[in-house]
Write a protein that binds this ligand. Structure first.
Ligand SMILES: N[C@@H](CCC(=O)N[C@@H](CS)C(=O)NCC(=O)O)C(=O)O
Length: 341
């Protein structure tokens, strides 16, 4: 072998080793989470009720609670979380690099995002987009927005929704696109646009922190379906299952009447469903690579799905969101658990 051949072979081996090392770094996110002793969650920047700092400077909300539940299930301790606030531009890229283990950020499950390398574990929120306008504008329905200027954020699902909806209804519009939702919202509030569009929950969250919220109104029409849920990187079936079944356990708990307040007593329940969920019988935790009390730990940490809803975004919070289509199927909504069997 001459010098050049040796050099080429050596560099091929080095490249192979580098590829192996980077693969090994993310070989299995569940193993990484256990080794690091922390779950890194990408969360929404500043949406009250979902992920925002409270007066004590601590981030709280629905997205944060889901992160805590995942940490409680996988590490037995809901405090072992690292919250990474991310915007639309940076969030998706954080999964394959391992900057975050899961996005509990409020992103919509779409076909192109899914086949593009992101894996949604389960729907945590059935949302839909709506338009917000000033009360002064007198617009009552989307049809009144003919010739309107609409603020949107780049990379959000809204751009296509606006284009499709306005074309279908033969309305003229001008779209103004900003680098982030924050900027789009600020521009709308500063009256640079006649209307803004976002997930209805996102509009409620932003209105909740606006001092002059009474000057605005969200139009009644919901113009899209936005199934929102936690996302993991593709190729991580064990971790994806942990995230899916942790969220699922919170929904199952609500269906079975197991709440944060009752979960300790419920460990003595005679219901086979409750016994399986709480790890009293069966090995549903072990099969996920976790302890058998994984779901008990998650429910103890944050409560069931309804507990989280009520505490973060429900009728008694500034967002005042009722369950609507997120009610349990038993109550006429769309939310249901995958059977724990
Ligand atoms: N669900 C839509 C919108 C997502 C979205 O806009 N998220 C909001 C939270 S409600 C946000 O503030 N993102 C931060 C940002 O983009 O700056 C999507 O998946 O495209």
């Amino acid at each position: 072998m001459n010098f050049n051949q040796t050099k080429r072979r050596a560099s091929r081996i080095l490249l192979g080793l580098a590829a192996l090392a980077s693969f090994a770094a993310h070989a299995d996110v569940l193993d990484d989470v256990k080794a690091n002793g922390v779950v890194k969650c990408g969360v929404t920047l500043a949406a009250p009720g979902f992920s925002a700092e409270n007066n004590a400077g601590k981030r709280e909300g629905f997205d944060v609670d889901l992160c805590k539940a995942i940490a409680a299930a996988s590490l037995g301790d809901e405090t072992k979380i690292q919250l990474v606030p991310m915007d639309l531009k940076t969030a998706f890229a954080g999964l394959p690099t391992g900057a975050v283990d899961v996005l509990t950020h409020r992103f919509t499950w779409t076909q192109s995002r899914d086949v593009g390398g992101l894996k949604w574990a389960k729907v945590m929120f059935f949302d839909g987009q709506g338009f917000i306008v000033t009360k002064k504008s007198k617009a009552e329905k989307v049809a009144d927005l003919n010739n309107a200027t609409i603020c949107t954020a780049q990379g959000s699902t809204s751009e296509l929704i606006v284009a499709d909806y306005f074309r279908a209804h033969k309305l003229k519009y001008k779209i103004v696109t900003f680098a982030s939702q924050e900027q789009a919202w600020d521009a709308f509030v500063a009256r640079r646009c006649d209307a803004a569009i976002n997930d209805r929950s996102g509009l409620a969250a932003r209105l909740a922190k606006l001092p002059n919220a009474a000057d605005f109104k969200v139009l009644a029409e919901t113009v899209s379906n936005e199934p929102i849920g936690p996302i993991v990187a593709q190729g991580q079936p064990r971790w994806e299952a942990v995230v899916r079944f942790t969220l699922n356990a919170l929904v199952a708990a609500e269906e079975l009447g197991v709440s944060q307040a009752s979960v300790d007593a419920d460990r003595s329940s005679q219901s086979p469903d409750v016994q399986r969920l709480l790890g009293v019988t069966g090995d549903f935790g072990t099969k996920l690579g976790l302890a058998n009390d994984w779901a008990y730990k998650a429910i103890k940490a944050v409560g069931n799905y309804g507990d989280i809803w009520d505490r973060s975004i429900g009728p008694k919070t500034p967002l005042r969101l009722d369950r609507g289509r997120n009610a349990l199927v038993a109550n006429g909504g769309l939310m249901m658990s995958i059977p724990v069997r």
